[in-house]
Design a protein around this ligand. Structure first.
Ligand code: PMV
Length: 310
């Protein structure tokens, strides 16, 4: 029986998506901009089988998100029962965008394995149905995701502006609240939610301009602001969504201190406690050293910007 393999990299949003305008079609309420990471990778293999099964990081497991995704695909395509084997070389479900690389790799493998003949836009749309941030992992480098089509587009290749990302791992535990549930709670309860959605439009436009101009300071300001506004919405949700741990805050301060020393670096944080510090490549060592000396940082991962799913 034939086996089809695909690989995809996680991406980190610089202008964040948080909230859905249509939960059933998985349409974001905010446009977003991301960078695709080179050294973190998901490798997924699909094989036609008697029944569906999933082996994730070496363990047979059930995943309702993946099963619902396959069920949805089967309403439109002839997708046989499959054995899916998927491996991440980085912590899974810990706010490192494993669902983004996971769904991007899965749809890329399915497209070939099941002869779906999806073009890149359609592949990105299907990845979005699995996990909206996955739409962006179809592409490498700098990527945008906006309406009305809600498929991702590449803004700039990784080679055109090769920044580095240093990830401070603060906890390898799985996140307590899924992003879908968290977004629903935020929409229903945070009094900042509407202002957040409204302000994302300017952040998105300004980030595209900053990337086009390779303006690091402008991008740093927009990205930290978008991150802090998203966490402001999370923190003012009820029940509160507090993804930060104490070392998360200490890393944010370390990044600010580095900037005082003229190191070009900014932070961003997703639905988890890890801090991603984006810097110019020549400043990587200073950033790694500073983050590794923060109490509570378990280890750091350093990566450049990478390619799209293949
Ligand atoms: O695609 P999801 O459902 O994993 O949501 C991703 C949400 C954030 O990572 C917090 C922000 C983003 O734009 O990636």
């Amino acid at each position: 029986m034939s086996v089809t393999s695909a690989r995809a990299h996680p991406n980190i949003a610089l202008v964040k998506y948080w909230g859905k305008s249509d939960e059933s079609a998985n349409i974001p309420a905010t446009p977003s901009v991301s960078i695709t990471l080179s050294d973190l990778v998901t490798e997924t293999t699909v094989e036609t089988a008697e029944r569906d099964s999933l082996v994730m990081n070496g363990e047979e497991t059930a995943d309702t998100k993946i099963q619902s995704f396959l069920d949805l695909m089967r309403t439109q395509f002839d997708v046989p029962p499959l054995t899916i084997v998927t491996d991440n070389n980085f912590p899974t479900g810990a706010g490192l965008a494993s669902s983004a690389s996971g769904f991007a790799a899965l749809i890329t493998a399915l497209n070939v394995h099941c002869d779906l003949s999806l073009d890149r836009n359609q592949t990105s749309i299907w990845a979005r149905r699995g996990s909206a941030s996955a739409a962006r992992s179809i592409y490498g480098g700098y990527v945008s995701l906006s309406g009305p089509e809600w498929y991702a587009r590449q803004i700039l290749t990784a080679e055109h502006w090769p920044l580095t990302v240093v990830i401070a791992i603060v906890s390898e535990g799985k996140k307590a609240v899924s992003s879908t549930r968290g977004m629903r709670i935020s929409r229903e309860t945070s009094s900042f939610y509407n202002a957040w959605v409204a302000s994302s439009v300017d952040d998105y436009r300004n980030a595209l301009e900053a990337i086009d101009a390779r303006d690091f300071d402008a991008l740093a300001r927009i990205a930290e602001s978008s991150c802090l506004k998203m966490h402001g919405v999370m923190l003012t949700s009820y029940p509160t969504l507090q993804y930060w741990l104490e070392p998360t805050l200490a890393c944010m301060n370390a990044v600010r201190n580095l900037r005082e020393e003229d190191i070009d670096v900014f932070f961003t944080i997703d639905a988890g406690p890890q801090v991603k510090a984006v810097c110019r490549s020549e400043h990587t060592r200073a950033v790694v050293r500073a983050l590794e000396s923060v109490p509570g940082v378990v280890r750091t991962l350093t990566t450049g910007l990478g390619q799209g799913a293949e």
